[in-house]
Design a protein around this ligand. Structure first.
Ligand code: ZN
Length: 423
């Protein structure tokens, strides 16, 4: 049963208002540091004593520190007043782990609160069925944290990014054709073993979370992330938050339908990713050459050698992709579209026809108003993105009863006070 949003919104308790104030103050310090207590009170519209109490709590646990630098009142020539002490986030007050899970392996990353990568490592998945795979994920997270030199109690949570239809709120993988999973309670399985908050999301949303926090999306409140690789994914950011849809299925861009008879992995025909993803391109090239299978490297090699048919397959893929993105521009009117994923390695062969088709499909000036940027992401960057969703959740106003104890509680409820700077 899907719980209605109204059942999940927290009642107006004292604890709720405390949590919301905490998160507003922390968000401001993260976004606008160096910042003084007085500036926080003004921007957050909170009484100065409330801000002072919250900041003192943050300083006590080592989450925020006072900077040596102080700001002169006015331009320094005015009357001498109290010089405000400036605050900043202590990025090593907590650490987050992130996992990018694939059918054949996983990459684990550990980051600090600023999202800086402290450790990353990859391993092959021995058994991709849910039980053994999740046991291996838990073991890899523990070992990654140990290698990063991070104590379990300083870890604020773990983010898991995986392909498929994921119910983020309940932490359940509803359906992942690539993994071969159906209705797997990933979060509860992992939380019972790891004893820390676990967030499970579609891997594309993990990349999108990283773009919000540290990437090109930092400056944009409305943007889209399109990933091209094994599949074609879409992250949707509306008002600075990831839009996941009613059942977690928003962004299944790869399974939007185009005029094509090709069969898709999902069981349907005419899906965009059956034409424009790397496997879609490989399948078409294999057919052209009358061979049973061909790798993307081989296909790219043939195109580079000037094989016209193979080049035409890439052009058709780029056009289909661009037409789809142009439709997205018409629907969402984003400021920015970030195109990423291993599929971008095809370069201008795929991306030039894509850009041309975006302009053709976009209505009026929407194509020229929107910036389209191409970014390369390695697996460690995806895992870093998975960790960033934990930090993102820590900073987000906690209005939903998603979890009993969130990432910020892990730091605030922690005793004794942390030594700043130590791991
Ligand atoms: Zn499909």
């Amino acid at each position: 049963m899907e719980a209605g949003v109204n059942d999940l919104v927290r009642r107006g308790t004292k604890r709720l208002s405390r949590d919301i104030n905490n998160s507003r103050v922390l968000q401001l310090i993260q976004a606008r540091a160096p910042i003084s207590r007085a500036e926080i009170a003004k921007v957050a519209e909170l009484p100065p004593p409330t801000v002072t109490a919250i900041v003192n709590d943050f300083i006590r646990v080592g989450l925020v520190r006072e900077m040596d630098q102080v700001r002169e009142p006015g331009n320094g020539s005015g009357p001498i007043g109290r010089r405000p002490v400036l605050l900043e986030l202590n990025e090593s007050a907590g650490f987050a782990a992130g996992v990018k899970l694939r059918p054949d392996g996983m990459t684990v990353a550990v980051t600090d609160l600023a999202g800086d990568l402290i450790y990353h490592g990859s391993s092959a998945l021995e058994d991709s069925s849910p039980g053994p795979a999740l046991a291996q994920v838990a073991a890899a997270v523990r070992s990654g944290l140990a290698r990063a030199g991070v104590d379990g109690h300083k870890t604020i949570g773990v983010g898991i990014g995986m392909p498929g239809l994921i119910d983020f709120r309940n932490g359940v993988c509803r359906f992942s054709p690539l993994m071969g999973w159906k209705s797997v309670p990933v979060r509860s399985e992992l939380e019972s073993g790891l004893h820390m908050p676990v967030y499970v999301d579609n891997d594309v949303n993990m990349v999108t979370a990283a773009e919000i926090a540290y990437g090109a999306g930092h400056e944009a409140s409305e943007f889209l992330t399109v990933t091209i690789g094994r599949g074609i994914g879409l992250g949707i950011v509306v008002r600075g938050e990831i839009y996941r849809g009613a059942f977690g299925g928003a962004g299944e861009f790869g399974h939007t339908k185009i005029d094509s008879p090709r069969r898709c992995d999902c069981g349907s025909t005419g899906c965009l990713e059956a034409v424009a993803s790397e496997w879609g391109i490989c399948a078409q090239v294999a057919e052209l050459l009358g061979s049973s299978e061909i790798s993307i490297e081989e296909a790219l090699g043939l195109a580079a050698d000037g094989n016209g048919d193979v080049r035409a397959a890439f052009t058709a893929a780029g056009r289909a992709l661009g037409r789809g993105i142009g439709n997205l521009l018409n629907l969402f009117n984003p400021q920015l579209v970030i195109v990423t994923g291993e599929g971008t390695r095809a370069g201008s062969l795929l991306l030039d026809p894509m850009r041309a088709a975006i302009s053709d499909a976009a209505f009026a000036t929407l194509g020229s108003d929107t910036r389209v940027v191409v970014q390369r992401w390695g697996d460690e960057a995806w895992a870093q993105g998975a960790a960033s969703i934990v930090v993102h959740e820590m900073l987000r106003p906690p209005i939903y009863e998603a979890q009993e104890t969130g990432p910020l509680d892990r730091i605030l409820d922690r005793a004794p006070a942390l030594g700043a700077g130590s791991r």
